[in-house]
Design a binder for this molecule. Structure first.
Ligand SMILES: *Cc1c(COP(=O)(O)O)cnc(C)c1O
Length: 362
């Protein structure tokens, strides 16, 4: 009775709750640095706007997210019909997969990268082709290009990449985009764009005019601190956006999520302040790691990937000391916390790295 292509998938496992972990380990405090949420929260304007909003619980929300749409259109200088809103980028990834993929197709993606690209290709019966990141944790663009074939429908570029934090620059991306066939959709997932400081980071919106096959993804979950509201968006040429809109459930963004996102856009200073603090703590973090010759990938985001011989063991030790971080295959991904938390965590991490196994060399 079950679909064959779901056989090898597992449901997302959130792990034990914060309260459960605190109880298990006898902790007074557990600092969540495992999901790249905004550790500074959201603008106070969001709370005010929510409190003042008429609740209207019996009415369906605006199916076009008109207020947020107009505001973003003005801010980003992109036409209103070029936006598509989703219940987080998670849903937009589902919608893109649903729109373009069928059995017999394939997608090309980096590895490691955001897992949802993989998951939804499988659900649609398409083959996910994983192209390993290079030794510097960056997308191997020539490898990805070589993986594109007749059956490729979507290429996923996570820029900057989650979990490695590395980025593709403007020249590399422009070159890549020129070489990918025009009938292959190129998705640029820019969930972390507001944290980027590199001067040569691509201006992806400028690519849209000449490339009807590009979709850019952005979210309110990270830099704006609205992960709980589940709102993100895609930008592309309207022909492509209209196609994805055919598979979108019409009322996919609750009214209060739209109110929250609109309010967050009225306080860009708050968001900028968060990204500035992130820079400060990140600088402290990399100085600490450099000092001790602990290898990591340079990051353009609010998280950092630190190499570890026994990632699970390191994450477990950090958890016992009150810090939740995320283990991957050959390292741990840590959200850049507040200054004091991060200093404390780095001390815990240093001990954990030396106790679990010898440090891998770069
Ligand atoms: C967090 C994240 C998302 C999902 O964001 P939501 O808008 O909260 O669903 C998508 N892509 C990447 C790379 C992310 O890190």
């Amino acid at each position: 009775m079950f679909k064959e292509n779901l056989a090898n998938l597992r449901a997302y496992s959130p792990g034990p709750s914060v309260e459960e972990i605190k109880r298990t380990y006898g902790l007074k405090r557990l600092v969540k640095l495992d999901s790249n949420e905004n550790v500074y929260g959201a603008s106070p304007k969001v709370g005010e706007a929510i409190a003042q909003a008429a609740l209207l619980p019996a009415l369906y929300p605006d199916c076009r997210d008109q207020d947020v749409r107009s505001e973003l259109s003005w801010m980003l200088n992109v036409r209103e019909e070029q936006f598509l809103f989703g219940s987080g980028l998670d849903e937009i990834i589902v919608l893109i997969s649903r729109t373009f993929l069928a059995s017999g197709d394939n997608i090309v993606m980096a590895w490691p990268t955001f897992y949802e690209y993989y998951c939804h290709a499988q659900i649609e019966g398409a083959e996910p082709k994983k192209v390993p990141c290079d030794a510097d944790g960056r997308h191997d663009l020539s490898g990805m290009l070589a993986a594109v074939d007749e059956a490729t429908k979507v290429v996923w570029i996570c820029n900057p990449n989650n979990p490695t934090g590395t980025y593709i620059n403007d020249r590399e991306l422009a070159d890549f985009v020129e070489k990918v066939p025009e009938d292959v959709v190129i998705v640029l997932d820019e969930a972390y764009i507001d944290f980027v400081t590199a001067g040569d980071f691509p201006r992806s919106l400028d690519l849209l005019k000449d490339h009807p096959n590009i979709v850019v993804l952005r979210t309110f979950s990270k830099s704006f601190g609205l992960a709980s509201f589940r709102i993100g968006y895609a930008i592309g040429q309207s022909r492509l956006i209209d196609e994805i809109d055919k598979v979108r459930p019409p009322f996919n963004n609750p009214r209060l999520s739209q109110v929250a996102a609109f309010a967050a856009l009225q306080d860009i200073d708050f968001m900028k302040d968060c990204t500035r603090k992130n820079q400060e703590v990140l600088a402290m973090t990399t100085a600490f790691l450099d000092d001790r010759k602990i290898p990591y990938y340079p990051t353009q985001t609010n998280f950092i990937y630190i190499k570890a011989g026994d990632p699970k063991g390191v994450a477990e030790q950090c958890k016992k000391k009150g810090f939740l971080i995320n283990p991957f295959q050959d390292g741990v991904r840590i959200t850049i916390g507040k200054m004091d938390d991060m200093k404390e965590l780095l001390a815990v991490l240093e001990t954990a790295l030396s106790e679990t196994s010898s440090k891998p060399s770069i």
